[in-house]
Design a binder for this molecule. Structure first.
Ligand SMILES: [Zn+2]
Length: 400
């Protein structure tokens, strides 16, 4: 391909909306617009990745990316990612945060069940205010969340420990799609908003987190505004149709596999089973493979192995010679981007660095007089002069 055919537009300045260096370089090198739309060069790179994925079942592992994942999904951690992923740095357990499992902190000793006791708790309609008012830790409270199932209008009453957060994704996996219950629906099952518990409800599907049966003497709502019950106990005072893990993990929770703390990372999805997100893969490549001058794509990922350019000159027709080399390199099956513009050397060198092909070949007047062209690897500072007739062999020796 020729530079002009691809209508490449490079930019000196980083776009001011760039949240990562990888994205910034993809825009500056002319792969993407600032609005994250692939330009011609970007489309070319994406097609290259698509072709690679057809040829190999271990496609992503060839791209030298620090991915994390599980048997279903492969993620790339990146600050601009929109997906939160729980990850264990020790055993590599990885799962979307809302689905991640963790070892819940069960109290050390099993305390005997104490009798129920109704207590006045004015203005305690949150776990925070309740725990403060009674001067107890949040883990000694039960939190109620009330929903209505979309499919049949069934009232769904959820109980989790007061120090935990519900994962709605986990809840929906148990009961189907739900929406928050309305005030009328809450009254109709005999509950009171802000002071609700599962005790004595009519016609509700009761779903409790699996930590609840292991937690004794919790403070829960009395289903009467302004009152709570002390010492509620699952099994004695109420039971549930569903007991399951309903809790969203957070950073520092204990890995269920190995007992080490989980991290929570932002990421993007590169693959879901064998469905690839090629735009995300291109971003992951740029994020991983760049230096302060531009992209440094690896041979395995790059749409062009060689950036070929001529330095315009007065005495010799460097462009015609470059054209010959272009054809010879292409005929040898090597992918090459030919910068055929009559631009100054500095402009072309900068663009070559930005675009990030592994090998740069420069046809200049000085070398040409001795039958030589300059060859430079993108990641190495020094260049070397190579006799024109050896250029294909020399390129191949770097690629293989
Ligand atoms: Zn682990």
């Amino acid at each position: 391909m020729k530079y002009r055919d691809l209508q490449i537009q490079t930019q000196r300045e980083a776009p001011n909306n760039a949240r990562t260096e990888g994205f910034s370089f993809l825009v500056r090198a002319g792969y993407l617009t600032r609005e994250n739309i692939p330009m011609k060069l970007g489309e070319y790179a994406l097609d290259h990745l698509r072709n690679l994925s057809n040829d190999s079942s271990v496609f992503i592992s060839q791209l030298s990316l620090a991915t994390i994942g599980n048997e279903n999904e492969t993620f790339f951690p990146i600050a601009s990612g929109s997906i939160e992923v729980a990850h264990c740095p020790s055993c590599k357990y990885t799962e979307r945060l809302e689905l991640a499992r963790f070892a819940k902190p069960v109290g050390a000793e099993h305390t005997p069940s104490l009798p129920l006791e109704k207590v006045l708790t004015p203005d305690c309609n949150t776990i925070e205010s309740l725990a403060n008012f009674l001067n107890i830790p949040k883990e000694k409270t039960a939190k109620a969340l009330m929903y209505t199932r979309i499919s049949d209008g069934k009232f769904v009453f959820v109980v989790i420990r007061g120090d935990m957060q519900l994962s709605e994704v986990k809840l929906k996996a148990q009961v189907g799609n739900v929406r928050p219950a309305t005030a009328e629906e809450i009254v109709s099952v005999g509950a009171a908003a802000g002071y609700a518990s599962a005790i004595g409800l009519k016609e509700a599907l009761i779903v409790v987190d699996d930590l609840i049966p292991q937690s004794q003497n919790l403070v829960a709502g009395a289903n009467e505004t302004g009152y709570h019950l002390k010492n509620t106990n699952y099994g004695r005072d109420y039971s549930a149709q569903i007991v399951a893990d309903l809790i969203q993990a957070k950073a520092g929770d204990t890995c269920l596999n190995c007992g080490n703390p989980l991290s929570v990372l932002f990421g993007i999805v590169l693959a879901n089973h064998n469905e690839y997100d090629f735009e995300n893969i291109l971003l992951a490549l740029a994020e991983t493979h760049h230096d302060d001058k531009g992209l440094t794509f690896p041979h395995s990922a790059v749409p062009f192995d060689v950036y070929l350019m001529h330095l315009p000159s007065k005495e010799l027709d460097t462009r015609a010679k470059a054209e010959e080399i272009y054809l010879a390199v292409q005929n040898a099956g090597i992918s090459v981007l030919f910068d055929d513009r009559d631009e100054r050397a500095g402009v072309k060198f900068n663009d070559a660095d930005l675009i990030g092909c592994p090998i740069r070949v420069t046809v200049g007047e000085k070398g040409l007089k001795e039958g030589m062209v300059e060859l430079k690897l993108r990641k190495i500072k020094e260049n070397q002069l190579v006799p024109i007739e050896n250029i294909v062999d020399q390129i191949n020796s770097f690629l293989n």
